[in-house]
Design a protein around this ligand. Structure first.
Ligand code: NOJ
Length: 584
């Protein structure tokens, strides 16, 4: 490790280009990269439609991603996870796939994917892509064939078609609801022009659920995995990884008692479509398939399940490699809650030999530069908008977000960063109704705003059209004018900027090997008990102190390497995190 005293302090950030990175093409990954890179990696989520638009149509694309890879190297992340870019009618921003083995013309071609992958590998960045196995688009040829073939056909058996209840089958087969609002069943018109069977869609009507008990479905996805592994991807983020298998007989959902959880209990799931035991066999099969490939390829579960012990069952040694830690994301900004979720995470994932992961933002939740300063009762996926009461002021909210990032990036394990959080982007809360595109907004008739507010295209250059997002001035969701000041070029080189804070944190995290470290809580510092509301721990040689409470605390003696906000006179104000190399 380099001499820590040579690290610039929080106000002396290096802004030069990142040094040479190892090439991580699959041929060389074994030699040049440490084994199991994913155990400590910082993985940056690219939401392609909002990242960079090279074609000028207002929607980001793969050539756009390629053109901005150097910025990710400069940021200091290890890998990129790309949300879907497959052929899709885009009814759920690409999570409705009509061809799993092709690129939608909106985003480019297979050749532009290959160029992007090669360019990323040349720069030392791994690439994980999104796999959407719970449902296809209703425009997928299999679903179209199922509609045509009629009840009882093998084509229908690839999805979950059922007869309705009631005298004429006019009632849905059970009481399940779509995650986006409204019923989870839609009735089809049969060839005779009459209403007939119903099909299940846990999400939008345009996203019919596959029947994973059908071997043909399993075979389809083995082929999809191979298709992308052969092209050289480093792994898959598996969408709705808790939902593929449904309970036998599709029984009604029994609503939990007050205080209960829809995710399940330690012993058994209570929701007949989430966290069924049968999903694990699918991932064991996929793990075996991945292991046929050279290099270190990974499966990452998007499993909205609790408690954490249950999530950990997705990452047992013969299943997936990582699972998103949504318990951490959902934690309120309170010292006791954070300490508990950190301990539970390390215990649960550690208990099965997997790294814990950490995440604060993604394309489905309110950006943490806004969320952490909201009350605790905002439901995941419901979103916020112009009519939401008590929206926080931007600067104190950003201050808290930076403190939260400082805490997260100091934790051992692997961390996820969502595009734009390194710029301190807040949730956009004033999108006009006509611009909204999230199916949640439509399915709830505007009762829930949904997720568009965290998906607005990100600003790169303050003085360019669409702030450098697009070659033209168009942007599929309007960008707020305040984002000019948040553009990457405005922040680069400004020591007080959020971007430089992230760069410094990522550089130090890597230099002090925090991802591979161990957390040891400190109840006192320099003989003084830690005030309530303050979290302090040691990770490798660093001491990390996060002031999550209202009272001021003290910055420990030593070299201050990182501060999420100013720490005047050695005092640690509320909503501030510091990383200190202690004096010996
Ligand atoms: C989870 C994805 O992250 C979300 O964006 C999508 O709408 C649903 N799964 C359905 O695929």
């Amino acid at each position: 490790m380099a001499d820590p005293l040579e690290h610039p302090g929080p106000h002396e950030f290096a802004t030069d280009d990142a040094g040479a990175q190892p090439d991580v093409t699959q041929e060389t990954a074994g030699e040049s990269a440490p084994p199991e890179w994913w155990r400590t990696a910082v993985i940056y989520q690219v939401y392609p439609r909002s990242f960079a638009d090279a074609s000028g149509d207002g929607i980001g694309d793969l050539p756009g991603v390629t053109s901005r890879l150097d910025a990710l190297v400069e940021l200091g992340v290890d890998a990129v996870w790309l949300s879907p870019f497959y052929r899709s009618p885009q009814r759920d921003a690409g999570y409705d796939v009509s061809d799993y083995c092709d690129v939608d013309p909106l985003f480019g071609t297979l050749a532009s994917f290959d160029r992007m992958l090669e360019a990323a590998h040349q720069r030392g960045l791994r690439v994980i892509i999104d796999l959407v196995p719970n449902h296809s688009s209703s425009e997928h040829p299999w679903f179209q064939a199922a509609l045509e073939a009629g009840p009882g056909s093998p084509e229908r058996a690839r999805y979950l078609f059922r007869d309705g209840k009631g005298e004429h089958g006019e009632l849905p087969p059970n009481n399940w609801e779509s995650v986006f609002g409204g019923p989870a069943w839609t009735r089809v018109i049969e060839a005779d022009g009459e209403p007939g069977q119903w099909y299940l869609h846990l999400f939008d009507t345009s996203q019919p659920d596959f029947d994973w008990s059908n071997p043909e479905v399993r075979e389809l996805f083995r082929g999809v995995l191979r298709f992308w592994l052969d092209r050289g991807v480093d792994g898959f983020r598996v969408d709705v990884a808790h939902g593929l298998v449904k309970a036998e007989g599709l029984p009604d959902l029994e609503l939990p008692e007050a205080g209960g959880s829809l995710g399940g209990s330690r012993e058994a799931p209570i929701v007949p479509y989430w966290a069924q035991e049968g999903v694990h066999e699918v991932y064991r099969d996929w793990r075996r398939l991945l292991e046929e490939y050279e290099g270190d390829r990974v499966l990452v579960a998007e499993a909205w399940v609790d408690p954490l012990e249950r999530v950990a069952s997705w990452v047992r040694p013969d299943e997936m490699h990582q699972a998103f830690n949504f318990s951490y994301l959902m934690s309120p900004w309170r010292a006791d809650a954070l300490r508990e979720v950190i301990d539970d995470s390390l215990a649960a994932f550690g208990g099965v030999g997997a790294p814990s992961t950490w995440v604060l933002s993604n394309h489905d939740v309110i950006r943490h530069a806004t969320r952490l300063a909201l009350g605790e009762d905002h439901l995941q996926g419901h979103g916020i908008g112009p009519k939401t009461q008590g929206l926080p002021d931007r600067m104190p909210a950003l201050r808290r977000a930076r403190a939260a990032t400082g805490l997260m990036l100091a934790l051992p394990g692997s961390a996820y960063v969502y595009q734009g959080e390194e710029l301190g982007l807040p949730e956009v809360t004033d999108l006009p109704d006509h611009a909204r595109q999230d199916p949640t907004w439509f399915r709830t008739k505007g009762e829930r705003y949904g997720r568009d507010g965290c998906r607005v295209p990100i600003p790169w250059e303050a003085d360019a059209p669409a702030y450098g997002f697009s070659e033209s001035s168009s942007s599929w969701l309007p960008q707020p004018s305040e984002w000019r000041e948040l553009a990457r070029d405005r922040q680069l080189g400004d020591p007080s900027s959020t971007l430089e804070f992230y760069r410094a944190a990522l550089r130090l995290r890597s230099e002090f090997a925090l991802g591979a470290g161990e957390l040891e809580w400190l109840s006192e510092l320099e003989g003084e008990r830690m005030p309530k509301g303050v979290l302090a721990f040691r990770n490798n040689s660093l001491i990390v102190v996060a002031n999550v409470g209202a009272d001021e605390a003290r910055v420990p003696e030593g070299t201050l390497l990182l501060a999420s906000s100013e720490v005047p006179d050695g005092l640690l104000p509320a909503d501030t995190t510091v990383w200190v190399l202690p004096a010996r």
